[in-house]
Design a protein around this ligand. Structure first.
Ligand SMILES: [Zn+2]
Length: 75
């Protein structure tokens, strides 16, 4: 991906995160809730392709890590 460049904003990654949808490859920006815990996971439908993804959110000391994997389990 290219460098992250936010228009008119410097360092406000507090309450937004983004993940790459495993189904369609789009970058999805989502609001984050720090009050919900330092390590979160929940299922959310992709707004682009409507496939559910399992979203993981980990709050680190100075940043937040967000990633996604397909909701369905492989057996
Ligand atoms: Zn998608």
């Amino acid at each position: 991906m290219d460098d992250d460049q936010l228009d008119g904003q410097t360092e406000s990654l507090d309450n937004d995160g983004s993940y790459i949808c495993d189904s369609c490859g789009e970058e999805i920006v989502i609001p984050l809730d720090p009050a919900a815990g330092r390590s979160q996971s929940y299922v959310e439908d992709c707004p682009v392709c409507c496939n559910p993804s399992l979203i993981h959110v980990d709050w680190l000391d100075d940043e937040v890590r967000v990633w996604a994997e397909p909701e369905q389990d492989r057996n």
